[in-house]
Design a protein around this ligand. Structure first.
Ligand SMILES: [Zn+2]
Length: 142
């Protein structure tokens, strides 16, 4: 777990993806559903992208693996070794990726700190939908 969120982080907390919703109303629906093998899945590529960002913030590597397309997914993700602290997400643009689409692109900027030093990642991420569920495939770092 990321240090910042180990205490006092609840469903009522602001969602880490900065949607202005609470965690329980936003990404929490999907991250917790994945734990329970529930059927709550993101309806759009943007929702999946946001929930994956939140999974990075919270150190939920299982969710990241489960939402990564099997053809592109790494063997494992070790977030505990990273000093990276995610501090903000901004969605710049989306292309397709709506509930009725089979693929989509999300262009975002994620800000983070490493050893106190601020930096950011700008990426165009690609998503595809299989059997009604969105998956991350690859991203082009800008
Ligand atoms: Zn969220």
């Amino acid at each position: 777990m990321a240090k910042k969120f180990t205490q006092a982080f609840t469903d009522q907390s602001d969602c880490p993806c900065q949607s202005d919703l609470s965690y329980g109303q936003c990404c929490g629906r999907f991250l917790k559903a994945a734990d329970k093998n529930d059927t709550s899945v993101p309806q759009t590529a943007e929702q999946l992208m946001r929930s994956r960002y939140t999974a990075y913030v919270l150190g939920n590597s299982l969710y990241l693996l489960n939402t990564w397309h099997p053809q592109y997914r790494p063997q494992k993700i070790d977030l505990s070794a990273s000093d990276q602290q995610w501090i903000g997400l901004k969605i710049k643009e989306t292309h397709k990726g709506q509930a009725q689409d089979g693929s989509g692109e999300v262009h975002f900027i994620a800000r983070y700190k490493v050893n106190g030093e601020a930096s950011h990642l700008e990426e165009r991420s690609q998503f595809v939908k299989m059997a009604g569920q969105w998956f991350y495939t690859t991203g082009q770092i800008l």
